[in-house]
Design a protein around this ligand. Sequence first.
Ligand code: HEM
Length: 505
Amino acid sequence: MSITKLDVVAAVVGLYVLQRYLSQKGSTPLPPGPRGLPLIGNVADMPSKREWVTFAEWGRKWGGICSVRLMGRSMVIVNSSEIMDELDKQGAIYSDRPRLEMGGELVGYKDTLVLLPYGARFRSFRKYFSNFLGPIPMENHVLTVEHESHRFLKRVLTKPNDLMTHLRKLAGGIILKLTYGIEVQEGDDPFVDLIENANHNFSAATVPGAFLVDFFPALRQLPEWLPGMGFMKTARIWAQATADMIEVPFAFTQKNMDAGTAPPSFVLNILEEDPSLSGKGLRDLKFAASSMYGGGADTTVSAEYAFFLAMVLNSDVQKKAQAEIDSVIGNDRLPGLADRPHLPYVNAVLTEVLRWNSVAPTGVPHTAIEDGIINGYLIPKGSIIIANLWNMLHDPDTYPDPFDFNPDRHIATAGREAQRDPRHVCFGYGRRICPGMHLAEASLFCAIVMSLAVFDITKTVENGIEITPVHANTSGIISYPEPYKCTIKPRSERVVSLIAQEHNF
Ligand code: HEM
């Protein structure tokens, strides 16, 4: 075989391009950040709780994008919403998820949407979600959201001290009804218990640093009788709970379908559209369905719990919102989702709840599928990317006095623009943006407007002393306001009968 001149030219050009690429890559720095130690990198610098506060400090020191190294892997921390917009634009590169050895592989959450690797399967899950929870299909779910919110009012009226239990039942009730056509029971509900148990395991399995196998996946191959291998037994028990969470409610819908009694739901719609679904397709549908509860329950509960706290701490805001509801709705009926366009101040309360209390302060980690460049910095393939949503939502340049609860900041008035809509931040970014955001807003709005219409939410008085709660947050991917005391009372006799009445939802 003879080498032609053309081959030589092609080889030289190829080498030149390769050299340019390598030198460019070599000269592109990693985002700045604290210096780490050899081998382990910045492991010792990592905060063990409320990591968003430390990340925000790093942001002030190193800028809107900084990075650390953990056991040889880059972790990029984004503190600015402008840089998050860049990641958003290059969504195809930055929309993968990290592999989680304990929670994902061993406990079995790796096939739920939140951990699914970017690719064809991921896209088919997302399509299921957008066909069911996009803005237009959401119209079909209004009655369910209103019906469950009304049941919530009844429970609060009966047992006003069990707010958190009622919020969990509310979020679980909406999601189970929409996903499987299951109507939750009063008191303990077997489906809620089953799913919450599995999701609780998942949260425990993903506490950073809780399981060594997350750092050393090869541990999985060692015999179980060795010391320190107890995690394998825990994983098996938790994996069974995951399997039950996936199979049991799904089987319930299938049984009702066979009997011809299944109400419309996410699962029913898809099985009716594609009755031949079997094998992998059926398995994917089960996992997609179970992803609804995992993504939608804790998040919505956290936001609603924060709303009640905001009302305890800001009675002036509460009175203003109630005055708006009274003047627009009157007191002959309960408000609903159709009233949303006519209640600008209540909408501003909702927006401010999402800003003031970060439900997912550091979002959900993404990973880079390939090398990329953001803001002049190299983001190496496989880097973990953390968006510090909490910092973006409390940036004093965007939101002056960011720790104040001030819905007025979201209403444009003569001579003043509304401040940047926090909803562009709090639901994440890129191809991973929260697929349940329209349901989240509808649920939150309904809980807010109905509660304000009928209840006064105030500080608890104990031994003659008023207790003023503090707004502090729990650590974790999903963060809650720390437990607090409040007093919830019906606003009048009239609303008590309004709550007791049957309504058309
Ligand atoms: C206030 C309520 C909610 C908030 C603040 C919220 C926020 C978020 C955030 C920040 C993410 C990560 C996005 C990213 O990776 O960049 C996410 C993902 C997700 N959310 Fe929500 N969410 C809420 C409610 C819901 C609801 C009601 C559902 C469904 C019923 C839901 C389902 C999901 C799912 C399945 C994912 C994973 C998406 C993926 O990995 O592709 N969320 N959410």
